[in-house]
Write a protein that binds this ligand. Structure first.
Ligand code: LLP
Length: 426
């Protein structure tokens, strides 16, 4: 049974979805649903989202802008969790959307997004993807290379509004894999080497492309705000008297708390920083992915094998792993974990996945309270880039996505079946 302090710890935690608590039975509750009951119904592993958490963060972004300016737009960076129900929810809340492939574009359209509110990104958009966007009436394409400027211009027979992606030479502190603002990047046009200025000239000289603004995405899981101010300054420096820059889009990247030690800035402080040096006559856009959905989701697993190696380590193996959350292996990402109906305290364990690799470890050295075979284990803060980067390694079926709200749980993406694993065979 959990103590009062453990209950309070969950309620006050920045890691768990807003509104989470340990209920009277000592079980974790997300979105008003007892997670032990949720997995009794839908099985494990499963991605569980508190729907209201995503909605309230979307509103927090909009409110933070609205209270400071009339000229803003908030885009959901859908790569963080390309899930139809989340696209729908974001459209309902009044967000626009960032898509980074034909597939994400397709999902956004299918979810009912107004094409005018879709922004297409990508450092290597194919001709087919550009055509799909043009034919769908996508509002803005963020052009990323000289080849793309020519290809897009040539295929159009009407004007298309575009932004130019700039690498502004800003390097925030984060994992090098998700730093994107420096000159040495596969993305966009450098500021330092003059390519951004050349791209502006080329777009302006094109037949069909209408340059309406500039874009920079400096990286991801960022806790500092100064780099955003620098990025805005750098973009503003490229706007000249000879063309009207209506939009400055500073991408995404605001970090989240993966563990209780993480203290990211608030959405309000982040928006304040974006607007600090923004020129008066431009509309400021941002593209949160992780900060919208990351803390809204938790992953639930079932504990299977427990292996104690005396004097070395206790492995607690669960029925998922690197197929449903690649981030620990890819970035050395750190997570919390708990037994869902026995919160708090305990001895150090290492949570291993079920895949055929020693490196398939979800959380190293985490305290678990007396883990037993059959327990439900929760890993919080998995709402972003877990489902998104899930794979079928070892022909494992990808987990379902369950939305919880006001005590109701509904599946929005079903679990893959064994038959799904062979449906593409010819
Ligand atoms: N805008 C652009 C152009 C982006 O490339 C990204 C992320 C975002 C917005 C959203 O960034 P966010 O707010 O989610 O940080 N797989 C990595 C993250 C890669 C992010 C790629 N681009 C991870 O799991 O940490």
């Amino acid at each position: 049974m959990s103590t009062t302090s453990e209950r309070h710890a969950v309620e006050a935690s920045p890691v768990y979805p807003a509104g989470s608590r340990v209920n009277e039975r000592g079980h974790l509750e997300v979105g008003g649903c007892d997670v032990v009951d949720v997995v009794a119904e839908f099985g494990t592993p499963a991605y569980i989202y508190a729907e209201e958490d995503i909605r309230s963060r979307a509103r927090a972004y909009l409110d933070a802008f609205r209270s400071r300016t009339d000229d803003y737009e908030v885009l959901y960076a859908s790569k963080a969790a390309p899930i139809t129900a989340i696209y729908k929810l974001c459209a309902e809340e009044g967000l626009s959307v960032d898509v980074a492939s034909g597939g994400e574009l397709h999902m956004a359209l299918r979810a009912g997004f107004d094409p005018a509110r879709i922004y297409l990104h990508g450092n290597n958009k194919t001709e087919a993807e550009l055509r799909y966007a043009a034919e769908s009436g996508v509002g803005h394409v963020i052009v990323d290379s000289f080849g793309e400027i020519q290809r897009l211009d040539a295929m159009l027979d009407r004007p298309q509004e575009v932004l130019i992606r700039v690498t502004p030479g800003v390097l925030p502190t984060t994992h090098s894999y998700v730093q994107t603002g420096g000159l040495d990047s596969k993305f966009g046009f450098g500021l330092e080497d003059g390519l951004a200025a050349r791209a502006i000239a080329e777009v302006r000289a094109s037949r069909n492309l209408r340059l309406v603004g500039l874009h920079a995405h400096i990286g991801s899981q960022i806790f500092e705000l100064e780099p955003y101010v620098s990025a805005i300054d750098a973009l503003a420096g490229l706007t000249g008297p000879d063309w009207e820059c209506r939009i400055l889009n500073v991408g995404g990247g605001l970090g989240i708390a993966y563990t209780a030690d993480d203290a990211p800035p608030s959405i309000g402080d982040y928006v304040e920083a974006l607007l600090r040096n923004a020129p008066d006559d431009v509309t400021v856009l941002c593209e949160p992915g992780r900060a919208l959905v990351g803390n809204a989701g938790v992953t639930l697993y079932r504990v299977g094998t427990i292996k104690r190696i005396r004097g070395v380590r206790t492995y607690v193996a669960v029925d998922g792993g690197m197929s449903d959350n690649l981030r620990p292996m890819l970035y050395g990402a750190r997570y919390e974990a708990e037994i869902a109906d026995r919160f708090g305290g305990g001895a150090l364990c290492t949570i291993a996945g079920m895949h055929c690799e020693s490196g398939d470890v979800l959380v190293r050295d985490v305290e678990l309270n007396d883990p037993r075979v059959g327990d439900v284990l929760v890993v919080p803060a998995t709402g972003a880039y877990s489902h998104a980067m899930a794979n079928n390694y070892n022909a494992v079926r990808r987990p379902p996505v369950v939305f919880c709200r006001n005590g109701d749980a509904r599946v929005v993406v079903r679990r893959e079946t064994y038959d799904d694993l062979t449906t593409r065979d010819v």
